[in-house]
Ligand binder design. Structure first.
Ligand code: APR
Ligand code: PHB
Length: 389
């Protein structure tokens, strides 16, 4: 088989890239090691920047998000027992949309199917080859048979544990990492959200976040020790712990119910540089990871594939390699700003084992400054709604 761009990974990055390339008339094939149902079963964050929604619209996969997504013009910061609303729309004219990543992935899968594009699920042992030559190729095993795809370019959209970054010679790549000394214990419940907007909580017992998937389905997180086991967290313990971190008004209005999903996720910041290796590009989680505090993961995958698809369009339509040559630097410039913001939000809102009383006071001062200074809150807001692509 031959294609122009072989995409490894059918998560949001791979699927969105595939649709953007299709829109430019650039033939592409997606290779995914899991089944489509497995990909859809993953519970991930659910906050979209306007730029991400605009890309879904561009590829004709935004209609359900506009119907079912919740547009938010503000969020709340809770600390010292009270809540402070931060206006997102006033300073920026922008909003964010609450719409689950699972739904984004499903909408992109459906758009790809409707366009009759080639996706190979349950592709085993996917391996990129010769991407440092002009004739890259990808091999994979399906039903015991080894297949080869000749291509012009390979897009590694295979996430943090994928094969693409792992295929790069160690001397050709530099990584930066910070692992946080705690995790997020998340619960999904068919209960109405405690508040119409998100509440980010800094509490002496640890961080908490009240978010949602719809007005009938809530998502809550509490910071927990990294070595905690989900078995140690029956629903009642979760709800009691969450209540202990909420302000009185939220505690009184919290509707609890049985968990329909409950899991613990570690937090890390990670960036691999560069994002291009000859004729292979990395995009999304394959290249960078952010702690979910700033809800940037999916939105960075979107800006990566926006830059990459634009560069590939230039290559094929205008016979210019300027766009793909600039891809890595352009994507990393936005990635690092989001990595900084996500690290800053995480540092400000979580209880660190070694922070001590001085560290707690610094966090309180940072939060107090944020809610009392227009300049400080505008800085948070313009990063939260998403810096320009
Ligand atoms: N071969 C083929 N597919 C692979 C391989 C491989 N060797 N390794 C991983 N994959 C697939 C995974 O099964 C997954 O479906 O690549 C896909 C990567 O998708 P994501 O991990 O969702 O990464 P990405 O598309 O970059 O989306 C980033 O996902 O993890 C969240 O928080 C993150 O919201 C962000 C978003
Ligand atoms: C979520 O809805 O899962 C979510 C929202 C905002 C965040 C993190 C997670 O900052």
């Amino acid at each position: 088989m031959r294609t122009k761009v072989a995409i490894i990974g059918a998560g949001p990055a791979g699927l969105l890239l595939g649709q953007l390339l299709h829109g430019y008339g650039i033939d592409n094939v997606i290779l995914e090691r899991q089944t489509g149902d497995y990909v859809l079963s993953r519970i991930r964050a659910g906050l979209l920047e306007e730029g991400t929604v605009a890309l879904l619209d561009k590829v004709g996969a935004g209609a359900r998000a506009h119907r079912e997504g919740l547009v938010h013009h503000g969020l709340e910061l809770a600390f010292g027992g009270s809540r402070h609303r931060i206006d997102l729309h006033g300073p920026t004219g922008k909003s964010v949309m609450i719409y689950g990543q699972t739904e984004v992935t499903l909408d992109l899968m459906n758009a790809r199917k409707a366009a009759g594009l080639h996706s190979i699920y349950r592709a085993g042992d996917v391996t990129p080859h010769d991407f440092d030559t002009d004739h890259p190729r990808v091999t994979y095993v399906k039903d015991g048979v080894t297949h080869e795809i000749a291509c012009d370019f390979i897009a590694g959209c295979d996430g943090f544990h994928g094969v693409s970054r792992a295929s790069i010679k160690p001397e050709a790549i530099k990584t930066y990492e910070r692992v946080y000394p705690f995790g997020w214990l998340g619960i999904l419940s068919e209960t109405p959200p405690v508040s119409p907007e998100l509440i980010y909580v800094n509490h002496e017992r640890g961080f908490a976040l009240c978010t949602m998937r719809s007005m009938r389905r809530s998502r809550y997180y509490v910071q927990c020790p990294l070595d905690d086991d989900i078995e140690q967290w029956p629903d009642k313990r979760f709800w009691d712990e969450l209540k202990s971190r909420l302000d009185e008004r939220a505690r009184d209005s919290l509707v609890t119910g049985p968990s329909i999903e409950k899991s613990i996720a570690p937090l890390r910041s990670f960036v691999a540089e560069p994002m291009r290796f000859g004729r292979m590009f990395l995009a999304g989680d394959a290249s960078h990871i952010v702690p979910p505090t700033g809800a940037k993961g999916l939105n960075l995958a979107a800006s990566d594939v926006h830059y990459l698809s634009s560069g590939l369009r230039e290559y094929y339509d205008e016979k210019s390699s300027a766009g793909i040559d600039a891809y890595s630097a352009k994507a990393l410039a936005r990635v690092w700003k989001a990595v900084r913001f996500s690290w800053w939000m995480t540092s400000m809102l979580h209880k660190f084992p070694d922070q001590g009383e001085f560290g707690q006071r610094i966090q309180e001062a940072e939060l107090d400054y944020l809610v009392s200074s227009k300049a400080a809150s505008t800085s948070l807001v313009e990063n939260y709604v998403g810096l320009p692509f």
